[in-house]
Design a protein around this ligand. Structure first.
Ligand code: ADE
Ligand code: ZN
Length: 346
């Protein structure tokens, strides 16, 4: 554990912005800003049910996950070509780089887009080209995690997997996203077992709105290595013990939880309590174009609301790289960059 020096009053937000970090929970379609939605709609001759950028932004009021997913799905209809996927991902990677994100693990799905008549390869190739280009031009590293949509069937998940296998080398892992309630992880046990055989790293959304039982089954039926969200784990002391003992990371997204009414106010968020309980929590943005902030906003607003410390900032930055799927040499070099910033920060 690195002991962080005392900070001058008021300097914590600058440290949060300056510290190197990894982002492990970002849905690339959730980074589509209204301006880019309108630009792509024009480029692809897609009609939008909103008069302009402002009208679209005004629709971003949600009362639960499903109310968000309905609006989010409208936005995905403007994505038609490989270049569109490139442009969306490159815009996100530039924005993340500006927030001192050194490494991103990016969720995407193909089922949304094949449902709109696109080829899965168009999606994967555009996103992958953005990751390669951003690494060359900005130095940020990024990898792709292919998510199954849990409101669709197991059979549809197997079909989607089949369709992306020609692009296997462009993806590091698989995940599980979309409407959680009523779609427990075990519905996808067989497809996750197949992905495991294929050498994919495994993650799943669980315990965002769903009960602790969904986190247990993500661990035991899907055998995931990380839990996305997992904020409901705090209702189950035995589960917390398991997560702490096995050092299962949780990719927490505070502004998402606020906007989707998982917590009534940021002051009531359980991020600080997770760290105090020894859980490997990380901070992420989820769908930043919709939830009012990229990763640094998630850090600064949550730290202000919960009165969190510079030592906790170091812990979260450290956790983000520890929880990533980076290879060991690069993980170590990024962790050294975290310590160097904390050492030299005045
Ligand atoms: N897809 C995009 N954002 C999501 C979230 N917060 N939960 C589940 N699926 C999602
Ligand atoms: Zn998510």
């Amino acid at each position: 554990m690195f002991k962080v020096k005392p900070l001058a009053a008021g300097r914590l937000p600058d440290l949060l912005r300056a510290m190197p970090k990894a982002e492990l929970h970002i849905h690339i379609e959730g980074s589509l800003e209204p301006e880019l939605i309108f630009a792509l709609a024009q480029r692809n001759h897609v009609d939008l049910p909103y008069a302009d950028v402002e009208a679209l932004r005004r629709a971003y009021v949600f009362n639960n996950l499903q109310s968000f997913l309905d609006v989010y799905h409208e936005g995905t209809k403007v994505l038609r070509t490989e270049q569109d996927f490139f442009d969306m991902a490159y815009a996100y990677l530039m924005r993340a780089h500006a927030d001192n994100v050194l490494h991103a693990e990016i969720f995407f799905d193909t089922q949304t887009h094949t449902g709109h008549g696109l080829d899965a390869a168009v999606v994967v190739n555009g996103l992958h080209r953005a990751c390669v280009t951003a690494q060359a031009e900005l130095g940020i590293t990024a990898s792709l995690i292919f998510c199954f949509l849990r409101h669709l069937s197991e059979r549809a998940a197997f079909e989607a997997l089949e369709q992306v296998l020609p692009q296997r080398d462009k993806m590091i892992g698989v995940g599980l996203a979309s409407s959680e309630l009523g779609h427990p992880p075990e519905k996808f046990a067989r497809v996750f077992a197949r992905c495991r055989e294929l050498g994919f790293r495994l993650v799943a959304h669980a315990g965002e709105e769903g009960p602790p039982a969904y986190i247990w089954s993500a661990l035991d039926a899907l055998r995931v290595e990380r839990i996305d969200h997992g904020v409901q784990s705090m209702q189950d002391p035995l589960l917390m013990q398991r997560l702490a003992k096995d050092r299962i990371p949780l990719t927490v997204c505070p502004l998402s939880n606020l906007k989707l009414c998982v917590f009534p106010a940021l002051e009531q968020h359980n991020l600080a309590r997770m760290l105090e309980a020894g859980l490997v929590a990380t901070v992420n943005s989820d769908d930043p174009a919709y939830f009012g902030g990229y990763i640094n906003q998630n850090f600064t607003q949550t730290f202000a609301a919960l009165g969190m410390s510079a030592q906790q900032a170091w812990q979260l930055a450290h956790n983000s790289f520890a929880a990533s799927f980076l290879d060991e040499p690069l993980r170590r070099s990024y962790l050294q960059r975290v310590d160097a910033v904390f050492e030299s920060f005045e």
